[in-house]
Design a protein around this ligand. Structure first.
Ligand SMILES: NC(=O)c1ccc[n+]([C@@H]2O[C@H](COP(=O)([O-])OP(=O)(O)OC[C@H]3O[C@@H](n4cnc5c(N)ncnc54)[C@H](O)[C@@H]3O)[C@@H](O)[C@H]2O)c1
Length: 335
């Protein structure tokens, strides 16, 4: 079996770190990306590596006999679109890319007979969780907005292909990934994108609610390692949470960033806590997170200049950007 891996979304945040790991493990790596969210510059440091081939392909237009899949052992499917508000604004686009796009990648994988298919799923499938109980892979599924829904249907699709067409798969439910190359542009939402630009301009950080909500932040190189192990493992057709099991308060992040705070209203549709039960991945894949949150944030701060062109989110702009968030998600919570 040739050591060839294919990464969709390989020019993105997590995908580019997975590409680094696979190249380090001596794989020939083929990347498919349409550069809508990712950038070539995320892989610029590998530009002299002859084992890396990057092709601009939109997974929405991918044909099942695409030659790029030939002789590939592992397909890591990370191409997709994120963010909450744009998914409420344009649900069809999310269903097309995150579901139909996934079907297209599955079909190309089936056609070429890949050894294993690894899917980047999202912990957003758990919805509004009990803040006192970590989510296990068997917890209730309750997506709150079209992005979360599309990623979850993507999961079901991958499992269905596995059942019918006997493709070996593993599903990786990522909690809150952070680290270098995290997207600095795009819609309002992810906390690092918002805080780093504010810190760079020495402005107070816009903390949502009381700031005591917790997020299970997991460092991106640890996420990449989990994907790699899921491809190599004897365990297949399983779902794995990827988090640390030790969620951190947003106020703690603010403390690490040594900045002033500016409190803004709580957002509906979001859990008080995201918290992964990681017993299964620890047991099956012998994976555990290695980067402590303090150290991960320190590493990111070394490159805070990367945020100089990122949009600045002021309380006024946030209010405007989250109009739909309040309009639709507060209703769904009241039911
Ligand atoms: N970052 C997280 O915390 C997190 C959490 C849960 C799940 N995920 C999932 O992990 C995957 C990677 O996320 P990320 O944070 O690296 O995001 P990202 O936006 O940095 O990466 C996604 C990549 O997919 C590419 N892409 C988008 N649409 C495409 C299309 N139609 N055809 C080809 N390429 C396309 C983008 O250009 C980008 O490079 C996504 O599927 C996301 O849903 C991420």
């Amino acid at each position: 079996m040739k050591k060839i891996a294919l990464v969709t979304g390989g020019a993105g945040f997590i995908g580019s770190h997975l590409v680094d790991l696979l190249l380090k493990k001596k794989y020939t790596v083929r990347v498919i990306d349409n550069f809508s969210g990712g950038h070539k510059k995320n892989l610029f440091h590998q530009k002299k590596n002859k084992k890396l081939i990057i092709k601009k392909i939109d997974i929405n237009n991918l044909k099942k006999n695409n030659y790029f899949f030939k002789n590939v052992s592992y397909v890591f499917h990370l191409a997709g679109i994120g963010d909450i508000v744009p998914s409420i604004e344009n649900p069809q686009k999310y269903m097309n890319t995150n579901i139909q796009g996934t079907i297209n990648v599955l079909e190309a994988s089936r056609f070429s007979g890949v050894k294993r298919f690894i899917y980047a799923a999202s912990s957003s499938c758990y919805g509004i969780t009990d803040p006192n109980i970590p989510s296990s892979e068997n917890s209730k599924i309750d997506p709150q907005y079209p992005y979360a829904f599309s990623k979850y249907i993507g999961e079901l699709t991958v499992l269905h292909w596995s059942k019918v067409y006997k493709i070996d798969v593993n599903i990786m439910r990522i909690f809150n990934a952070y680290g270098p190359r995290v997207r600095t542009t795009g819609a309002y939402g992810a906390v690092f994108g918002v805080f780093f630009k504010q810190k760079l301009l020495k402005l107070p950080l816009t903390v949502v609610g009381d700031g005591n909500q917790k997020r299970d932040f997991v460092y991106v190189s640890d996420v990449a390692k989990a994907f790699y192990l899921a491809a190599k493992s004897g365990y297949k057709n399983r779902i794995y949470n990827i988090g640390t099991g030790k969620p951190k308060k947003i106020n703690f992040l603010v403390k690490l960033l040594k900045s002033k705070k500016n409190y803004i209203p709580n957002r509906p549709g979001e859990p008080r806590s995201t918290w992964a039960n990681i017993s299964r991945i620890k047991r099956d894949l012998k994976w555990k997170p290695t980067i402590k949150f303090n150290n991960g944030v320190k590493k990111m701060l070394l490159n805070i200049e990367n945020w100089k062109d990122a949009p600045l989110w002021t309380p006024e702009k946030i209010k405007k950007a989250t109009k739909l968030w309040y309009k639709y998600l507060s209703k769904s919570q009241k039911r």
